[in-house]
Design a protein around this ligand. Sequence first.
Ligand code: ATP
Ligand code: MG
Length: 663
Amino acid sequence: MSETLETLLDESRTFPPSDAFRAQANINDPGIYERAAADPVKFWEEQAEALHWFERWHTALEWNRPYAKWFVGGKLNACYNCVDRHAEGPRADKIALLFEGEPGDIRKISFRELKDEVSQTANALKSLGVKKGDRVCIYMPMVAELAITMLACARIGAAHSVVFGGFSADSLAERTNDAEAKVIVTADGGWRRGHVVPLKKITDEALDLGCPTVEKVLVLNRVGEKAPEGTTMTEGRDVWWHEVVPQQSKDCPCEPMDSEDLLYILYTSGSTGKPKGIVHTTGGYLTQTTATTKWVFDLKENDVYWCTADCGWVTGHSYIVYGPLSNGATCVVFEGAPDSPDKDRFWKIVENHKVTILYTAPTAIRAFMKWGVQYPQSCDLSSLRLLGSVGEPINPEAWIWYHENIGGSRCPIVDTWWQTETGSILISPLPGLTATKPGSATQPLPGILAAIMNEEGEELYPAHRAVNEKPGEAIGGILAIKHPWPSMTRGIYGEPERFVATYWSRFKEHYFPGDGAKVDQDGYYWLLGRVDDIMLVAGHNISTMEVESALVDHHAVAEAAVIGKTHDLKGQAISAFVILKTGQESHPDMVNELKAHVAHKIGAIARPDDIFICADLPKTRSGKIMRRLLRDVAEGRALGDTTTLADPGVVNSLKNQYEDKES
Ligand code: ATP
Ligand code: MG
């Protein structure tokens, strides 16, 4: 990479919070940034006070780079904080989980009921031999019992490792073995677009591959008689949920856990290669997920909060289970897909349950744009008051579409940047304070020190700076976080060297998240895509995000992925893969029109050398574009690791089409 990242996209639209929103917001005093910056450790201690501790910590932070310990000596239980303290107070009859299955079945579980069910599940796990310190692998559909199992593990001090229910037997076996899980909790099947995903069968295949640490398999009866043929139970190993859980006592004390005890392991989504078993502990993680949920989503007592992620990803851990429930929120849990039975499914859910806060991903928003506005327009979305985005940079056009068509131009949008490794949101607007700009995650949250670095590891935009200091001109480079934060990962499970090599070797002091970023003249942060994906064109570093956003800005384009393809003269040439909106036809001049559009929008330097119009893009199971596979396609190489792809067929057919075009 050369010295800095070019900054091309210039987005000048701003959206300040309305006076009415500001007045009611949880955070509407801008002084919070200064207070936090003055003494971040003290600031995080204040946030930790919001939790229930069995014993208070004696030391707020022990920092031994790269290992942090927060709230040392403190004792607490995450399940107690998310369930019991609400079940025993005025929220006892408030709905905690509002579950909707794909076939339309609905279950409303109050905090009181949740406490009973979590306790019974915890006792069932104990009866299967699970003890404090053990690991439990959870491979379930997105049903209420998934969250219940996570909480049951936390209750008895066992760590969970949730494996997304779309993964294959190989992936499940790999993750189960890496975590050395004693028990797998699964289901006979889960619903996906009207079909049954045969989870138990896949679990059996995984066990056949060899999972020596697994002693028992607990199986939820989700699809019943629709269970695919070959769903069998192995005597002595497999037990049905309905035969062991409801019989258990509803009394199961919460294990007092050390603040630094393991809460869970979670494997990253695998956009860049072999997944990493990211480790999170209890006190710091729960402190920061609890605080950020309240600030960023402006969560209030009467909200109906819906995060559309799956609990197989960190977003489901931090912003479906731990953060919202710790705050006593009503959370929607949805099993299905946005286009089943029809493309208005999300909007029907918003209308039926009067959802007030919706948190989803750019990949979903771009799919909604592609399908057209008639779907959201056919439903009443007036209950919504705040929207969120996570997972990838959101292109400004997608942001505007979301704002207008889902948010009715009245809801603030929080674009939240964070990672499995960071545990909670680090860069995001505070909706009552921040004037948002489409495509920018805006500012580091209070208590977070984020710098922009150059290749040499020098701060181009310092982490420590006066709160209102603005750079005056845009600065592009590599994002880095300086000071430890409570929910930061405590390591890669069993791989200490990889942990240091991946995150702590690039810079001497800072944490290296692997993402490119710029700050604009106003001090707003723009995430520019992964450092590994950044293109070097004729000596200029160009971000994938900016070129993609310029393409999506064209009225006919729904989605775009851009890569740097090896080029004799320029080093790399910009190669784009473009999906058109439903109803848009390609015409002979389309490619030239799109190239000209990019050149006009962000400059001739970013004009793509070639554009390939396609029907689909390779994505991870969490919906992120895998650019490294597109580079393999464009450069005619054998495809790299495809095990984390949602649909390997997409990239194979893309490869064939691309090769036909080239020849
Ligand atoms: P792997 O690390 O295995 O390649 P992954 O990085 O996709 O997988 P996650 O931890 O789920 O796994 O994703 C975090 C990454 O997602 C971030 O590093 C960033 O690249 C991207 N990301 C998340 N939210 C945003 C956002 N709001 N804006 C821009 N990028 C985002
Ligand atoms: Mg990552």
